[in-house]
Design a protein around this ligand. Sequence first.
Ligand code: NAD
Length: 496
Amino acid sequence: MASRKSTRSVRLDFSAFFNIVNGGVRGSEKTNHSVDPATGEALPQLPIATKEDVDEAVNAAKVAFSSWSRTPVTERKAALAAFADSFESYTQDFAIMMTKESGKPLRFAVEEAECGPYWVRGMNKLELLDEIISDTPERRVTVRYTPLGVVAAIIPWNYPIQLSFVKLAAALSTGCTIILKPSPFAPYCTLKIAELAQQFFPPGVVQGLHGDEDLGPVLTAHPKINKITFTGSIMTGRKILESASRTLKRVTLELGGNDAAVICPDVDIPEVAQRIADFAFANSGQVCVAVKRVYIHESIYSEFRAALVQATKKLRVGNGFEQGVDLGPIQNELQYRRVCGFFEEMQKQGQRIAVGGGGHSKSSSSGLFCEPTIIDNPGNDARIVLEEPFGKVPAPDLSCPILPIMPWSSEEEVIRLANSTEMGLGASVWTNDLDQGDRIGRQLEAGSVWVNTHMDAAPEIPFGGVKQSGSGVEGGVEGLKAFCNIQTLSVPKEVM
Ligand code: NAD
């Protein structure tokens, strides 16, 4: 039966999970659960939100919006800061839950949990001020940013804590209210974040709903939701845009990537190879902005390949709670099967595997483990080169620990190859000639381009994809604007 009780000032309990509606916890007649991908063990039961829960949450969010949007921004930011401080006191609890639900090694789960407060504090420093764009003897025109209203945040399974905070911090500081909808594969931390939030925000300002595959479409179609902020696959992004168009919701889409790293001939080979291995295989490759294709200058191809193989061999795969493990399992069975499909295809095609090459590695448990793998020059048209090996088949958006490497000879050629996919999330250039890095970087079709690093995101930096990798940005003042209407206010200097 549905139940409801207050959550105010109660120490969080990580053994029971609820939907969060209008300031209270909520059960459901229908429940399900997800599993620990390292062991296959069942995690706690979760209530599946009903249509009535959604309507009640949206109505509560709408009511809360009328006062939250008028609460001074300094007070909204103070509540966010207090929430972040409290969340920080639970870092270890959230990290343990994160390792259980996502499989990622505990030290990386701790890093992700630390990202929550980091993101709130960083976003709190940003200011979205009125801009006077015309000031004549006749009139003054001001551009103002007014909050959009009720936001639904639809979140994937790979970085649920970080992405919950990225969306929540921007929505709340601009004056919107938010309903968090986690992925059914990794919902636990996000629901607990929503539960903790009840101690710091009025009812309806932050809510959390877990459901099955029907819940996302109900939110995107809901007439009283004003904005969808979505992170996930390209294929789902298309469906969301289509559904949201019927009610003309505002939509931000952070979608899949197929990031290229361009390695120039003058790099320190062992050092850069190590960093490329880290950026390619972090979280077992299940990162939207992981390095997913490496273009190595032909003059250093063999030497770089050998160094990359060495760096990759050092990575330890296993249960994320074991000491010294670098890569946990693939997060869910569906994704694991996709990855296995890639391995089978590689074998059929006779691809040269420089290191790795299989699932079920290095662990005696039944977990969804997969060895980090490098494919040696599979050809520029290979599926593994053109698709993101993470997300959904058959869209060109499949992330996993399989990394293709290819040689290049001229700048013109490598720029063309790096730009040859439908995706454009991130890209990097590795060189000791910073002019060359800048020159190549400017020609790469990606939302974020880095020289001598990759995956470098921060609250003050707008982040988003070009081409099919997304629409709009999160982070930075531009990211705050995405939660606002633009109003131009024109006031005459004299009365009529
Ligand atoms: P997904 O698209 O399958 O699911 C993402 C979310 O959308 C989940 O909460 C899911 O329940 C929901 N959803 C599914 N169908 C829906 C529908 N029809 N309407 C509304 N919601 C729906 O993605 P995933 O497999 O969870 O995550 C992997 C993908 O996310 C990869 O492609 C990865 O590159 C991408 N990603 C992008 C970024 C970024 O910032 N650009 C960050 C992380 C992950």
